[in-house]
Design a protein around this ligand. Structure first.
Ligand code: NAP
Length: 271
């Protein structure tokens, strides 16, 4: 196995923390060389050195900001010039809770750039490289939010619905080639302070459904190699999200998220 993967690399975006970091560790554990991609100044150098020592694989890093259009092209050509890529994990993604009207234009633009444009353009630019390898995989990170539009998040769930639809379409287009495409739709994961405290405020239901990023990464990579095209991590929530009619889930989700906005505003205002 080790010998077979010697000259092959897995590219993981958003790899410095959270789920992306967990993917990098899981793939290195499975003897894949990794290219970690993330924003500058996120200790990527230290992480790649540690991965390399711990798992005896090559771990390369590249710092870039996907919210700048030309950076995606620069990254793609650097990757194509230097590596044989057999796995691409489009994990980088941003979200948040804000009133659409009050959100800054740069915030909205960054969600579209990172979640949609980086995923699509990187995949497009690396496809020839992926096709050259004996067996290749693309794993896109969507979200359970893809199945439920909601006010006060608006652009984030729409971007994840895009990622889901894009992944399914690409799977169908490439299914008779050596490139296999899959998508995961996780629910809430304890990846940063903001998410963890938000989930804690949701009480027992939030805690029960909270996912561990290391377990998500391990399960997802296992399912990816078993050629599962849509990887579901919270079957119960997925069932609710897909079975509930839109006239129930849209106002219900919007009210839940609106309460969060009101809570955050009251905390900021010192109430
Ligand atoms: N956490 C959840 O509850 C949850 C639930 C469903 C889906 N997801 C999805 O899972 C993925 C990972 O989420 P996470 O919670 O692990 O997120 P996170 O901890 O907030 O990490 C997001 C990753 O995206 C990268 N990123 C953000 N803006 C970027 C930019 N402008 N250019 C390049 N990279 C950028 C970050 O890089 P830096 O490290 O450099 O900041 C970070 O590594 C995302 O696609 C997210 O939408 C998360």
């Amino acid at each position: 196995m080790k010998e077979k993967l010697k000259n092959q690399f897995a590219v993981i975006t958003g790899a410095s923390q959270g789920l992306g970091r967990a993917f990098a560790l899981e793939l290195a554990r499975r003897h894949y060389n990794v290219v970690l991609v993330s924003l500058p100044e996120q200790n990527l150098e230290q992480l790649s050195e540690w991965i390399s020592k711990e798992y005896k694989v090559e771990a390369i890093y590249y710092e870039t900001d996907f919210s700048v259009d030309s950076n995606i092209r620069l990254l793609s050509s650097w990757l194509n010039k230097n590596f044989n890529i057999s796995i691409l994990i489009n994990n980088a993604g941003i979200g948040g809770t804000q009133s659409f009207e009050q959100a800054h234009i740069d915030y909205i633009d960054a969600i579209i750039q990172v979640n949609i444009k980086a995923t699509v353009l990187l995949t497009h630019q690396l496809l020839t490289n992926l096709k050259r390898q004996p067996h290749s995989y693309i794993l896109n990170v969507s979200s359970i939010a893809a199945f439920s539009p909601m006010g006060y998040k608006t652009v984030y769930p729409a971007s994840k619905a895009f990622v889901h639809s894009f992944s399914r379409g690409l799977y169908a287009e490439l299914k008779d080639t050596n490139v296999f495409v899959s998508v995961i739709n996780p629910g809430a994961m304890a990846t940063n302070k903001e998410i963890t405290s938000r989930i804690e405020r949701q009480g027992i239901f939030g805690k029960l459904t909270l996912l561990d990023p290391a377990k998500v990464a391990r399960y997802s990579i296992g399912r990816l190699f078993k050629r599962d095209t849509v990887i579901m991590l919270n079957p119960l929530i997925w069932l609710l999200a897909t079975v509930l009619p839109i006239w129930i889930k849209l106002p219900m989700m919007t009210n839940i998220v609106k309460r969060e906005v009101l809570y955050e505003n009251s905390v900021c205002n010192g109430y």
